[in-house]
Design a protein around this ligand. Structure first.
Ligand code: NAI
Ligand code: MG
Length: 412
């Protein structure tokens, strides 16, 4: 019997291109696992009226470890139009399977490392005032609360009467009280103290484990006084248990501006759901963008790892595939780290780093080409060639069993 079981959910579009490539790397480092395929995504919605079928939930509940590619989601009207004829008008409504999965298994801690690889032509550079430029090494890990906030799903257009009545109890609702129901959309930002504390604690634990000098709480407490206020309050309380790690507090709007000014200053960043989503994409833009942005969704029991990119439908049918599989590979590396296979994780990470640094094999995004079939004739590597290059590097550099390369290197 294999040592580990991994539920693989390639999903839609390019998820089907990148996830199988990750399995090739896992095999090459001798990861002893059985993979169980699980359905998720748009086809499931169209055929079954549910993008996250119960059988997939059952597999995750049983095996507790998942690798996910990407899914397609479409607006309400299109979703209804593409539903199988026999399901139409039966009350099915589309929910994002990945958001549902996070809530169902309480995958409340989302970890999104944004760590630059030396030699990546997509790395952020900063002009010097006197000419020339710097390429600051970005080594940021974003902790995003994954189940609450504005993504909790508590929202209405045309809110029911009780909701309107409750809102009317708030003085600030007065200017909106006479807006007709169909013209009124409300999303509720729910923050609970326990979840706020937990994500802050996870951020500080990570900082301590990997030697980061600061944790930045990135919210907006001057305006969102209650919800961001609670996040900040808990960050402050938790920080007292980590005297060696500085707590910085920034506002989400200012932070998106500052991060191009001094990205090397930041270490661990923690935020609520939407702000974490925003700020992790912003930092990812400094280290190569969607082709390099990996993530882990971690709960107390279940953990699912996924690239942050979506299904990129316009590239899904290309043969050979052209998308960059590195974000998926780094997600698999995070999975290995999570289950304690740090040596294998380090080997894959080092092989990716070597291929990026050498710069001989680059996918279209790394060459700043426009995506499409012609990218290959313009010299871009295919998804498979990128995997092959990393595999070759793994072969070439077979390290001693004891050699490890930590997930996120300590800051200098
Ligand atoms: P997307 O991430 O799929 O693609 C945006 C663009 O980024 C692509 O057109 C491509 O130019 C580039 N890109 C994405 N992944 C890449 C990779 N691995 N290598 C190189 N370039 C890459 O986002 P988009 O176009 O907004 O959404 C497409 C579909 O994906 C939608 O249905 C959306 O709902 C869904 N989506 C799903 C996510 C998930 O599964 N977690 C996350 C984001 C979007
Ligand atoms: Mg996002």
């Amino acid at each position: 019997m294999a040592k580990h079981t991994v539920v693989t959910m390639p999903g839609d579009g390019i998820g089907n291109q990148v996830l199988p490539e990750a399995l090739r790397l896992l095999k090459a480092v001798g990861f002893d696992a059985e993979y169980i395929h699980a359905d998720i995504g748009w086809d499931c919605w169209c055929r079954e009226g549910n993008a996250l079928p119960q059988r997939t939930i059952d597999l995750l509940a049983k095996h507790k470890l998942g690798l996910f590619g990407a899914i397609t989601s479409k607006p309400k009207k299109e979703a209804e139009a593409e539903l199988a004829p026999e399901l139409k008008g039966k009350g099915y409504s589309y929910f994002s399977p990945i958001v549902t999965m996070r809530q169902k298994f309480n995958l409340d801690t989302c970890i999104r490392p944004c760590i630059s690889f030396p030699g990546n032509p997509l790395n952020f550079i900063r002009k010097r005032t006197g000419g020339g430029f710097d390429e600051p090494a970005v080594n940021v890990v974003v902790f995003r609360q994954n189940t609450e906030g504005l993504y909790a799903g508590v929202e209405w257009t045309n809110p029911p009467e009780q909701v309107r009545a409750a809102l009317a109890a708030h003085a600030k609702f007065k200017p909106f009280a006479s807006v007709p129901g169909p013209d009124l959309a409300i999303s509720v930002r729910v923050i609970t103290r326990n979840a706020a504390r937990k994500i802050c604690k996870a951020a500080f634990e990570w900082a301590q484990k990997y030697g980061y000098k600061s944790v930045t709480i990135c919210e907006k407490p001057n305006v969102l006084r209650e919800t961001s206020g609670m996040m900040e309050e808990e960050a402050k309380a938790v920080s007292k248990q980590y005297p060696g790690i500085a707590l910085w507090s920034t506002n989400i709007d200012a932070q998106t501006m500052w991060l191009t000014k001094n990205p090397e200053e930041y270490g661990v960043v923690v935020a609520s759901n939407l702000f974490g989503d925003v700020i992790s994409d912003a930092f990812a833009g400094l280290i190569g963008g969607l082709g390099f942005a990996a993530s882990g969704n971690i709960g107390d029991e279940v953990a699912v790892f996924e690239p942050t990119h979506g299904s990129a439908p316009k590239y899904a049918e290309l043969n050979p595939p052209i998308v960059n599989p590195i974000a998926m590979f780094l997600s698999a590396v995070m999975m290995l780290e999570h289950i304690g296979e740090t040596g294998k994780a380090g080997r894959i990470r080092a092989a990716i780093a070597a291929v990026v640094k050498e710069g001989r094999v680059r996918t279209y995004d790394m060459m700043r080409l426009t995506g499409g079939a012609k990218a290959i004739s313009q010299g871009a590597a295919s998804t498979i060639q990128m995997t092959d290059a990393i595999l070759a590097e793994l072969q070439r550099s077979k390290p001693a069993e004891s050699e490890t390369c930590e997930f996120a290197g300590a800051k200098p």
